[in-house]
Write a protein that binds this ligand. Structure first.
Ligand code: MN
Length: 494
């Protein structure tokens, strides 16, 4: 739908696709539909609970009965402004609702109320956090408010189709990116980051499974440095995995087509999850096909700076700022900070944790240890049986040498299983680290006495055996000897 205007994006070798005739670049722009987190629809007071009986949440406005007039939902407008502010975008104090005309059985009005030339939000930016710790900047072209359509149900009867209008009139924010992405991976990261920001803002729940966040991908290819090819649009991708698969498949299809001497026709395509392929839904569709015109039932949407500033003052700390704070303030790597801020609940847990713990120990014990264990029992951080205060209790025992890092791992296993505090488990199981040098010395003496051959070899220069002795002492102490003290005394005795 959107005009494709290409920004100057540096070519990255790792993004290029090798064809038979040379290297190709993929150019991707995403149009994301995000359902506004509100209790009622954009132009009616009907509720929008998920999973309700078909046609139980439909007002006369949503059913497009003759003479019904839309009444704009102020809350939805504020959520769009809030989203614009979160994407560092220009907020347009005057915008226009237009009718986008088309016929479809699930669209009783015969048009969708949307925004065309004058959207509520203008250009903004989304920063992608790539897996290697680097970042990319992707332009946001616009955000406009529009209504969702109803749903045709083809699977209820063998010979009829039913219409459910529950979704008819639900408020959507259409967030349109500039075609700044050059790989499917970047597109996937864009969706992750956008979803994370929307969740921080609370303007959309980001639930892709329920269709509350879905994505259309515009894809074209070109030879490196060449002219952009014709784009194809893939509709309604509802998971990040599908976005990545569909883009890769579509790019290869276009490259093969062109290299075989064919021509890419502009088309709207559907991604078939089962075959992993895209197929044509309709060809050639442009903005003028919809005969957009301003909706005569609605005034232009106007508001002042005071409303914008009121909303700005309620914004939370967003992922990018949080990440910077973790890097500058807590000394975390870009990667670690990125992992933590991606999910607000993880960031909240970390913020609680570092009140009492060293940030670097905290990040390791949270991301490498606790996350791994939660993953195994299929729980997320909000459902963690171990609280932030309990985890900082465990970290304290490591910091003050009460237990070794190795023992701490088994203690954490038990914490996840039982929800008990670390010091209780350490006490119950007698896991306290032995720092009594006398006790360690006698273990070391025994190990040396029992392994005369190894002692002989070590003394004649086979220094690698040192690790063997450490291992034996740790084994004898059932892992409880303080490794630092073991090392010191062993060095002396050998
Ligand atoms: Mn749309």
């Amino acid at each position: 739908m959107t005009e494709f205007v290409f920004n100057d994006i540096p070519v990255r070798e790792e993004n290029l696709i090798k064809g038979n005739t040379g290297k190709w670049e993929i150019m991707i722009g995403l149009e994301v539909h995000a359902q506004v987190n509100s209790n009622s629809k954009l132009f009616s007071g009907a509720p929008i609970a998920f999973g309700a009986e078909p046609n139980s949440q439909v007002s006369l406005v949503d059913a497009a009965m003759p003479g019904m007039l839309p009444v704009l939902n102020q809350y939805c407008v504020e959520q769009a402004i809030r989203t614009g502010l979160g994407l560092k975008a220009k907020i347009n104090k005057r915008s226009i609702f237009d009718r986008k005309n088309y016929f479809y059985a699930d669209l009783p009005q015969g048009y969708q109320i949307s925004q065309f030339k004058d959207p509520i939000v203008g250009t903004g930016t989304i920063i992608l956090d790539m897996k290697d710790g680097s970042t990319r900047s992707v332009g946001v072209e616009r955000i406009h408010l529009e209504q969702d359509a109803g749903k045709s149900m083809h699977d209820q009867s063998p010979d009829s189709t039913f219409i459910d209008l529950n979704r008819s009139g639900v408020a959507l924010m259409e967030i349109v990116s500039q075609p700044d992405m050059r790989s499917a991976e970047e597109a996937g990261e864009y969706m992750k980051k956008l979803r994370s920001i929307l969740r921080y803002l609370g303007t959309c729940d980001g639930d892709m499974e329920k269709g509350n966040l879905r994505c259309d991908a515009n894809i074209s290819v070109r030879k490196v440095g060449g002219e952009p090819g014709t784009r194809n649009e893939i509709k309604n991708l509802n998971s990040i995995r599908n976005i990545v698969h569909a883009i890769n498949h579509e790019a290869r299809r276009q490259i093969e087509e062109i290299e075989a001497g064919g021509v890419i026709e502009q088309a709207t395509r559907l991604f078939d999850v089962n075959s992993g392929e895209t197929r044509v839904m309709r060809t050639k569709e442009d903005a003028h096909d919809y005969r957009y015109f301003p909706d005569p039932d609605l005034y232009p949407l106007e508001f002042d700076d005071a409303l914008i500033e009121k909303i700005r003052s309620t914004l939370p700390e967003l992922p990018d700022e949080k990440k910077q704070r973790y890097m500058d303030g807590a000394g975390l790597s870009a990667y670690d900070a990125g992992v933590l801020v991606a999910d607000q609940a993880s960031a909240d847990f970390f913020d609680e944790l570092v009140k009492n713990s060293d940030p670097k120990l905290a990040v390791t014990w949270l991301t490498a240890e606790l996350f791994g264990r939660l993953n195994k029992i299929d729980k997320n951080i909000s459902e963690s049986p171990v609280t932030a205060i309990q985890l900082s209790g465990l970290i304290k025992l490591i910091s003050d040498n009460t237990i070794s890092g190795k023992i701490a791992k088994t203690v954490l296993d038990e914490m996840v299983e039982t929800g008990k505090d670390a010091d209780v488990i350490v006490e119950e199981k007698g896991l306290k680290q032995v720092t009594d040098t006398g006790a360690i010395e006698s273990i070391i003496d025994a190990v040396i006495a029992n392994n005369p051959n190894q002692v002989e070899q070590y003394k004649s220069g086979k220094e690698a055996l040192f690790g063997f002795f450490v291992g034996q002492v740790m084994k004898e102490s059932r892992g409880k000897a303080n490794p630092k003290i073991v090392n010191e005394i062993l060095k002396k005795k050998l």
